[in-house]
Design a protein. Structure first.
Length: 249
């Protein structure tokens, strides 16, 4: 199934150190060097060239989307957990207690460092990377995707209205993650507004996903993390057909 070429783009798994280095550079650009309002890169320490990397890179698979020119425009990393295996080795388990979710039936797969090149806005990029993920999910019988969705900026105040809107999407009591991080933010009361939700989080929610009942402050990446889970059985049938059509086109 992979690599898979559709139109201007190719989706493939990392096949060597140079691929991984490129993915880490794109992650740095997306997470640590945001594009400024004038279209330029951020300044200061966060704007320095570099690579975003951690110990999880060596145990994960990495999915890449490239333009025909070879430029890397999207990536994410995936870590699989067979049925019955606890989730304590996941990235999310560093800041959430996932002991309840470990009982979720079937195979689970964590998505992490999911990002698009900040200067690329073609919706086909997102469609292709989700198509590649769908092929892996189907091939490996994955029943649940999970991970952390990020808000830009660790200060919770600008995000309070969006966090309040997430209260209606809090997951089942049996599976909802418990608190583990020292710095966390409870979802405030009130109707809230979804306008400030990150695009990736909105995608999860429209596909039937649910979230934790609190956010985690990440000073290193200057973000708020919200635990997000997507049961594959909850994905609307029409959306599932559209995603699978990408892999069979």
């Amino acid at each position: 199934m992979l690599p898979m070429t559709r139109g201007l783009y190719t989706v493939a798994l990392v096949s060597g150190d140079s691929d991984l280095t490129e993915a880490q550079a794109l992650r740095h650009l997306a997470f640590r060097r945001p594009i400024a309002p004038d279209g330029g890169a951020g300044s200061g320490a966060a704007g320095a060239r570099g690579h975003d990397s951690d110990d999880f890179d060596s145990i994960c698979r990495h999915l890449l989307v490239r333009e025909a020119s070879g430029v890397l425009v999207a990536c994410c990393r995936i870590l699989g957990f067979p049925e019955g295996q606890d989730l304590s080795a996941s990235y999310a388990a560093q800041v959430y207690d996932l002991s309840g979710l470990s009982a979720f039936p079937g195979a689970r797969m964590e998505l992490g460092r999911f990002c698009l090149h900040p200067a690329r806005h073609d919706p086909d990029i997102l469609r292709l990377i989700w198509g590649g993920l769908t092929g892996i999910v189907d091939a490996e019988g994955v029943g649940l995707l999970f991970g952390c969705s990020s808000f830009v900026g660790a200060d919770p105040v600008p995000h309070l209205a969006a966090l309040a809107a997430l209260r209606r999407y809090v997951g089942p009591a049996a599976y909802i993650p418990g608190p583990r991080a020292a710095e966390r933010v409870a979802f405030p009361d009130g109707p809230g507004t979804p306008a400030g939700l990150p695009p990736l989080l909105r995608t999860y929610l429209t596909m039937g996903g649910w979230v934790s009942d609190h956010a985690v402050i990440d000073r290193d990446l200057d973000t708020l993390h919200v635990f997000t889970a997507l049961p594959i059985a909850a994905v609307p049938a029409a959306r599932a057909r559209a995603l699978r059509a990408v892999t069979t086109a």
